[in-house]
Design a protein around this ligand. Sequence first.
Ligand SMILES: CC(C)(COP(=O)([O-])OP(=O)([O-])OC[C@H]1O[C@@H](n2cnc3c(N)ncnc32)[C@H](O)[C@@H]1OP(=O)([O-])[O-])[C@@H](O)C(=O)NCCC(=O)NCCSC(=O)C[C@@](C)(O)CC(=O)[O-]
Ligand SMILES: NC(=O)C1=CN([C@@H]2O[C@H](COP(=O)(O)OP(=O)(O)OC[C@H]3O[C@@H](n4cnc5c(N)ncnc54)[C@H](O)[C@@H]3O)[C@@H](O)[C@H]2O)C=CC1
Length: 422
Amino acid sequence: MKNSEYKGFYKLSIEDRLKEVVEFAGLTKDESEALSDPNVLTSDMADHMVENVIGRYSLPMGVAVNFLINGKDYLIPMVTEEPSVVAAASNGAKIARENGGVFASNSGTVMISQIQVLDIEDANYARIKVLENRKAISEKCNEMDPVLIKLGGGVVDVEAKVVESTIIGDMLVVHLKVNTLDAMGANAVNTMAEGISPFIEEITGGRVNLRILSNLAIFRLARARAKFSKESLGGEHVVDAIIDAYAFAEADPFRAATHNKGIMNGISAAVLATGNDTRAVESGAHAYASISGSYKPLSTWEKDKNGDLVGTLELPMAVGLVGGATKVHPQAKAAVRILNVKSAGELGQVFAALGLIQNFAAVRVLATEGVQRGHMGLHARNIAAVAGATGDALEAIVKRMVSEKKVRVEYAQELLKEYENK
Ligand SMILES: CC(C)(COP(=O)([O-])OP(=O)([O-])OC[C@H]1O[C@@H](n2cnc3c(N)ncnc32)[C@H](O)[C@@H]1OP(=O)([O-])[O-])[C@@H](O)C(=O)NCCC(=O)NCCSC(=O)C[C@@](C)(O)CC(=O)[O-]
Ligand SMILES: NC(=O)C1=CN([C@@H]2O[C@H](COP(=O)(O)OP(=O)(O)OC[C@H]3O[C@@H](n4cnc5c(N)ncnc54)[C@H](O)[C@@H]3O)[C@@H](O)[C@H]2O)C=CC1
């Protein structure tokens, strides 16, 4: 049985950490080499991925340890520029683990593609005609993606709505609801929306303008929940402090934005590590946070009848295991292998679990000692490196800056001079 629980993983050398991950995930030599070689994405590959390529850009890949999700152990690869995010996730997962870990689920893998129809006088009448042709529209769309259909996906429904009184008047909007299975699905549903548009024009007598997926993927929600005993948090006062913090986010969009940023610290890093589209997930998350009409936290925090803390997270999760960069980028492929997920749904569940834990870790610290000790302690390494310190000098300078609570580049430079003149 694999176990993702580690004590002092961070104290190992980079090589030894990689060795542990290779063993945990049963990676091949090629996969292991891909993870440690920043040049594994060749210029040629890069040139095929995006346009006007002039080089390749590296970021650190860390791995969050200790995750137990639905009773299964996971190591979660995370690509981020921000110190303390991976440490916080590992720390939060360690505490969650003592309480049975995280439980995650998802609502399906259905994406929405929108077709905007203009120049219709009788939009309500046209809407009913579209719905009348639901079967024909579905069949024609499905013919456009035989691979998806063969695998069991395709159009599951067609909806239509009249969007009234826009700045150009009423418009008809058709929604194709497509099960894209293990694909994120943007290309798949956009192809359908473009292909079906002449038929929509024929039915409605209108003029189709936009044909594009919606990132507000409400039929592709990922959900997570976890319980933390008051003892594991250091007492009921900590539970209360976390709930007080949540109440602040619930009531104030300025705080909710930062609360949700903390959730996305984890999710975006793991989405990026797997070669998925970070903007698709982020736009979905923030739109979902605003779905009630005002911007809200994506998670909830409550106290149960025993005085323990219970948390939930729910957000759209348009991520895939095929398509986009997921099957092209060698490190993204290795990251998916580390996760050992069998479906896009499971991948989304892991991301939701990570988001919940990331939020928990940040808010727990914010509501108790404050974020600066942990975060700035790790950020100090960055600052010392920017000042030009390496090796023993870096370690000594980090220690001084943290103990004196003066984590600044000019102070690191001063300490470096002092160290060199010793
Ligand atoms: C930073 C910690 C974890 C220290 O926390 P600590 O209590 O000093 O850590 P510890 O030494 O007791 O270690 C506990 C566990 O944390 C992990 N851990 C501990 N240190 C490391 C490390 N160097 N590298 C990797 N993992 C580390 C590791 O799993 C370790 O277990 P062990 O292996 O010892 O059994 C804690 O202070 C923390 O969780 N802080 C939260 C930091 C955070 O959220 N950072 C995100 C950036 S700030 C932000 O953008 C978001 C925010 C905060 O604004 C969101 C919001 O407002 O809601
Ligand atoms: N607004 C947005 O978020 C937009 C995003 N994109 C980009 O679209 C890309 C993702 O599009 P996709 O349609 O996912 O990629 P894709 O078109 O490369 O792959 C999807 C296709 O793979 C095939 N397939 C094979 N095995 C499958 C399986 N097990 N499950 C499902 N399909 C399978 C199907 O034919 C399916 O249509 C990303 O790069 C994203 O950045 C593009 C336009 C807009």
